[in-house]
Ligand binder design. Structure first.
Ligand code: AMP
Length: 219
């Protein structure tokens, strides 16, 4: 089964998906992380995606479909938390077509207003080695520029630079917001307020997730 975690860039999906995966035994599947791994390894997909991602645009649907199928696999017993997919209605339909093996049991929208998103994205720094995420003011590392988790160097993601952030937010408005209506129409939509500390947001999400788990499959 799949739980979709959706929301604008900077809403905190990645951080919360990591926590939910750790604490509620989900397997996190992030299409953004998968694409960044392709870029790092220099694969054909990585070469095709790199410039598109740096501009903040969407990578073509057929590439994402290949990534999705690879990442989901064929085990229908998996509890998957899907971060970053679907990004448009066509991808939402593609995901529905996998319903026999991977039914979507809910789509949780982590809702954060646009001013807050801009501040979060422009101040975000990530570890080039382990991917841990920090913020220059809200969650600074102990030593400036150095990852607390692994000692790697912190960098700004190319797509967190202001020009790309603006593109990503407008892509979200135009392409991804209609996905919310897609799930509302199927009674799978759940909104969770994304403001507050990481733990406060996590508690809200946890309650929502627990309400969605079929009997006997919760933690
Ligand atoms: P994320 O880490 O989810 O913010 O994704 C980073 C970037 O990867 C996005 O801005 C897109 O360029 C690309 N990407 C990730 N997921 C998708 C998707 N489902 N469809 C198209 N592009 C994607």
């Amino acid at each position: 089964m799949i739980l979709v975690l959706t929301g604008a860039p900077g809403a905190g999906k990645g951080t919360q998906a990591d926590l939910l995966a750790d604490r509620l035994s989900f397997r996190k599947v992030s299409t953004g992380d998968a694409l960044r791994r392709h870029i790092k390894s220099g694969s054909r997909i990585g070469k095709e995606a790199e410039a598109i991602m740096a501009r903040g645009e969407l990578v073509p649907d057929d590439v994402l479909f290949r990534i999705l199928k690879d990442e989901l696999g064929t085990n229908s017993n998996d509890r998957v938390l899907l971060d970053g997919y679907p990004r448009n209605v066509s991808q939402a339909n593609t995901l529905s077509s996998l319903n026999d093996v991977h039914p979507v049991i809910g789509a949780i929208h982590l809702d954060v207003d646009e001013n807050e998103l801009l501040g979060r994205l422009s101040g975000r720094r990530v570890c080039g080695s382990c991917g841990a995420s920090f913020h220059v003011t809200a969650n600074p590392p102990t030593k400036s520029g150095v990852c607390d988790r692994c000692g790697g160097s912190l960098i700004q993601r190319p797509d967190d630079e202001m020009a790309s952030v603006k593109v990503r937010l407008s892509v979200y408005d135009k392409n991804t917001k209609p996905v919310l209506d897609f799930y509302k129409g199927r009674s799978l939509y759940h909104r969770v307020a994304g403001l507050g500390t990481t733990e406060e947001v996590f508690d809200r999400l946890k309650r929502t997730v627990e309400g969605l788990m079929p009997a006997g499959r919760g933690q």
